[in-house]
Write a protein that binds this ligand. Structure first.
Ligand code: SF4
Length: 56
């Protein structure tokens, strides 16, 4: 189950660029999870997230 820690998210948008089928920016400029289907991609981006905000 992929989740975003909104407190830690820096709003850089990298996860959205890397996995657009998993992440989207919300109305507050933080990432949000829109699908649990592509977890390998989410796992990869979790390692490079600058805020370490992606929990999987
Ligand atoms: S890569 Fe990390 S810090 Fe950047 S928008 Fe996604 S969750 Fe937020």
């Amino acid at each position: 189950m992929v989740k975003i820690d909104k407190e830690k998210c820096l709003g850089c948008g990298m996860c959205v660029s890397m996995c657009p089928d998993v992440f989207e920016m919300d109305e507050n400029g933080k990432a949000k999870v829109i699908s649990q289907k592509n977890t390998p991609c989410a796992k990869e981006v979790a390692e490079s997230c600058p805020g370490e905000a992606i929990i999987e």
